[in-house]
Structures are given as C-alpha cells and as structure tokens.
Design a protein around this ligand. Structure first.
Ligand code: NAD
Ligand code: 6OD
Length: 486
C-alpha cells in the first residue's frame, strides 16, 4: 500500500481501492499530488449494477421535490467545503485563484442549485383528442429518466464541467457513473465525499478513476447496461466514443473542441476589445474550449490592435496561484509538448512571432512545471495548420480583414463551430453577423458570459446536442406518451 495521499473510486456508496495506481502530478512544479486508484472493468461493472439498483430502489421512487432538495444539500455542502474544493482544483491544475474562486467552484455548486430548481418547474403536457366513438382520449407526456448515464469529463474546468452534466442528470432522476480526467481527479473525489455526507442513496453517484482507451473511460462507454453517454473533451475522442456506443445506438451528448474566431471592427471600443480579446485568448492559460485562437481585426486598426495586444499579453503575470499570478501553467508537460510543437510549426508555416513562443525560465522548481508564455502570431495564411487545428494553449493568430462578408466567410471556414466573439459599437451589424456565424454561441462585446438557461454546444466538429437549462433536462429524460382512452 503506497504512503502518499490516495484518491479512491466511489461505487455503490463505498470508497474503493484497487491494485493499480496512477500519478496525479502538479503542473506547477511536477510534484506528486496524489496516487489515484484506477478502476478496472469489474469495478465499472459494479458501478453500473449499483446505478441500476438505485434506479429500481429508493432513488427511483423518490419524489421530484425530495430529489431537488437532495441536490440543494449537495450545493450547500460544496459551499461549506469551498476551501477544500479550491485547494484541490488548484493542486491538480495550478490555475489562477481568481478563476477557481470566482468561476470553477461557485459554478460547480450553482449547477446543482440551478437544475434542482429547474426540474421543479417542469410540467407534464397533456392533450385531449377526439375519437370516432365520441368519448375521446387523453394523451399524457411523462418524462422518465434515461437510466444509467456515463459522464466523462475533461481537465480544463474539472468540477464545473462535470457538475454541468451530473446535476441535470440527477435532477432528471438518472443514476450516474462519473469519470473525471486522469489529469484532474481531485475535485471529483471531493464531490463523492459530498454525495456520501449528504446521504445520497447508494449507487446514485458512482465515481471511477482512470484513462480512456483500455481503461475506465472505454469500459463505461461500452458497457451494455449504460443507457446514455455525456462527454466533454476532444473531438477525436468524441469519434472514438461514438464508434464504441454505436452497436447499442446509445444516445450521446457531446461538447467538443473549438477553433474560435474573434472579430474586431474598427468601430469597436478599442480598450474593451483589447481587454476582451486578452481574456478570450489567454484565460485559464488558453485552456477553455471557447478561447479565441483566430482573431480577425479590421485593417485600419490592425497594427494598433496587435501592438496593444502584445503589450497586454506581456503584462500577464505567469506563476503560482498563491503568488497572485494571472495565468498558471498548462495542464501537463505532455500537453506543453503538444503546444510547443505548434509553436515550432507556426514558424515553419511562416508566422511572425509577435510575442511569446517559448517557456519562461523561473530559476526555481516551477521550471519542473508546465508553464508557457502567452503567444501571438501574425502573417499566416488561412490554410496554415496553426490556424485550423485546435491548439488549446495561450495562443492566438491575428489576421487583418477588409470586408464584412469576407470576415464572416473566413471565420466560418473551419471544421469546428463552437463560439465566436464580435466587437463593434454598431449593434445592427453585430446582430446581422452573429446570425450568420456557424457556431453554438456568439458573443457581442464580451466573452464567456453564460446564462445557465441558454443552450450551450457546438456545430460541426464541436459537438452534438445542446446542454443548458431545459436542453440538458431533455437529453437526460426519456419522454413516454401515455394515451388514456375514455
Ligand atoms: P480528452 O478527449 O483527451 O479527454 C476527455 C475525457 O475523455 C477524459 O476523462 C479522458 O480520460 C476520456 N477519454 C479519452 N479517450 C476516451 C475513450 N476512448 N473512451 C472514453 N473516454 C475517453 O479531452 P481533454 O484533453 O481532457 O480536454 C480538452 C479538450 O476538451 C479540448 O479539445 C477542448 O476543446 C475540449 N473541451 C470542450 C468543451 C466544450 O464544451 N465544447 C469544454 C471543455 C473542453
Ligand atoms: O459555461 C458553461 O457551462 C460551459 N459548459 C463552459 C465550457 C467551457 C469549455 O471549456
């Protein structure tokens, strides 16, 4: 038995250890955060059986009010353990304090409150119809849970994106098997502790740790008794999951990658557009699926905009969260290798490096971490790989443009279609362009502003379906029509 901190699986209301462990490594300095117990296929199978039993037992019989009350207890307990969650998220990701305290953890709790309240507002529709015998019939539409839902989440906003799925799935009455990213297992383990302490019936929330192919991720997709799969991550992982789910035609909800455009018109509020673009390119070290990696600037302000972006990017303080840094590291050394390979490729493809393009040199143990400099390029052609492939780091390429139609076409010329940001003071133009964007969400004069009731998701390689508000509840529910003949 190893002596380090161990993160266990949580199955059928028990914390379970296995024989295999993998390392949870801090991207700040390469130190060991914890050893993580990897679930094997037997444990995933136990989790699925426990979930089925929960659906056939206390959880399946619980009233919507009682279910919603339980989810509020979960939110309250996350709030009560706020500092533990903050510390755990920071240990795994190294992200800035402000991001974790203001977004990741509060949104994790808010997701439970929001979907608990929303499910209480759901009503069952009923239609009266005429029949030949004149006595009529009543058609009732009843929302049933899907059943056992596999929840597979990524490392960039670990608690937020996991609870964005777990909360509506539970609100709709399902039982879940959750697998956080192997890079960020800590807050999911804390959430299991929360579920345990609020007395969530056993088997409703099951947590398994592990990887994708040949590990827990694949097992929980392929398991014949899993009824639906909800996944956030890379587009190519979505393809693998879809193939694996195809034999049983399991419903999938996919939030996938992006190569998002920001469009800045000469009439934009210059300072706000610069600050907004810095945020949309470099937040969370560029590791938000919504980040702008392609920035299009109207030619009259192009040089001034690039110069201002460079100055602001160079003022971003990189370092440890406890030092008040604005930007932490990438998630891992492995991911940094990938991002750095794009830095080299951009130069090969003919980019002009405006700033960044390398790793910082701290002269202390942070050099064992995964830090990288915010990077800006200009000068690439529209067909360069660096402006078509998702990099998922603190990097953007800035293009000049001349015409409205031209920029709309170029922004839409992408295999991805997740998000866009438009900066202009002409609101008519903004709406005209926004309506043409081939994306799931388009911001005007802002970025990453979210009302949880609105649909969220992408088109093309960026996803299948929508999450958010009623759209989430629809995915996690199976409508049943009951026709009652009078
Ligand atoms: P990833 O696809 O590598 O991994 C995501 C999860 O899938 C992890 O838990 C991983 O273990 C699991 N997984 C990997 N292969 C699997 C398989 N074959 N079967 C089952 N599970 C498998 O993604 P990541 O690197 O963790 O996250 C970054 C990516 O996520 C980026 O592409 C980003 O754009 C995307 N993302 C999208 C959104 C969105 O809402 N559209 C949000 C966040 C992140
Ligand atoms: O705001 C959200 O609910 C959401 N799903 C954000 C996704 C961010 C991607 O990295």
């Amino acid at each position: 038995m190893p002596s380090s901190k161990i993160l266990k699986n949580y199955v059928a209301g028990r914390f379970v250890d296995t024989e295999n462990y993998f390392d949870d490594i801090s991207p700040i300095d390469g130190s060991l955060v914890a050893l993580v117990s990897e679930a094997d296929d037997k444990l995933v199978d136990e989790a699925v059986s426990a979930a089925k039993e929960a659906l056939n037992g206390e959880w399946g019989l619980m009233s919507v009010d009682a279910r919603a009350a339980k989810l509020h207890e979960v939110a309250d307990e996350i709030a009560a353990r706020f500092d533990d969650f903050v510390a755990a998220e920071i240990a795994d990701t190294g992200k800035a304090y402000a991001q974790v305290k203001n977004i990741d953890i509060p949104r994790g709790a808010a997701n439970f409150r929001f979907f608990a309240d929303l499910v209480l507002e759901q009503s069952e529709a009923s239609f009266e119809m005429e029949t030949l015998d004149g006595r009529g019939a009543t058609n009732k539409i009843v929302n049933k849970p899907m059943g056992v839902v596999s929840v597979i989440s990524p490392w960039n906003l670990p608690l937020l994106l996991m609870t964005w799925k777990v909360a509506p799935a539970l609100a709709a009455g399902n039982a879940v098997i959750v697998k956080p990213s192997e890079e960020t297992p800590s807050t999911a383990t804390l959430l299991a502790e929360v579920m345990d302490s609020v007395g969530m019936p056993k088997g409703v929330f099951n947590l398994v740790h592990g990887f994708g192919p040949g590990s827990a991720g694949e097992f929980m997709v392929a398991h014949p008794n899993v009824d639906a799969i909800t996944f956030t991550g890379e587009s190519k992982t979505g393809t693998a999951i879809m193939k694996n789910a195809a034999d049983k035609l399991k419903p999938v909800s996919f939030e996938l990658g992006g190569k998002n455009a920001a469009i800045i018109f000469a009439d934009a509020d210059f300072e706000k557009a610069v600050a907004g673009t810095i945020r949309s390119a470099f937040s969370n070290c560029g590791q938000v699926c919504l980040c702008s990696e392609r920035v299009y600037v109207e030619r009259p302000i192009f040089d001034k905009f690039v110069a201002a972006l460079k100055e602001s990017a160079e003022n971003i303080k990189i370092g440890r969260p406890e030092e008040g840094a604005d930007m932490g590291p990438l998630i891992s050394r492995r991911h940094r290798e990938k991002v750095l390979s794009y830095f080299s490729l951009a130069i090969e493809e003919g980019a002009t490096l405006v700033t960044g393009g390398s790793t910082p040199d701290f002269g202390d143990d942070r050099d064992n971490g995964a830090f990288i400099k915010p990077t800006i390029w200009t000068g690439l052609n529209d067909d360069a790989r660096c402006v078509n492939e998702e990099i998922f780091g603190p990097v953007c390429h800035v293009f000049p443009f001349d015409q409205e139609d031209e920029v709309v076409n170029r922004a839409n010329e992408s295999d991805y279609g997740l998000a866009a940001a438009i900066w202009t003071t002409d609101m008519e133009k903004a709406e005209r362009i926004a309506r043409q964007m081939e994306v799931g969400i388009c911001w005007v004069n802002d970025w990453f502003l979210r009302d949880l009731r609105t649909p969220f998701g992408g088109v093309k390689l960026s996803g299948i379906g929508r999450e958010g508000g009623i759209h989430s509840l629809e995915f996690y529910s199976e409508p049943l029509t009951i026709c009652l003949k009078h």
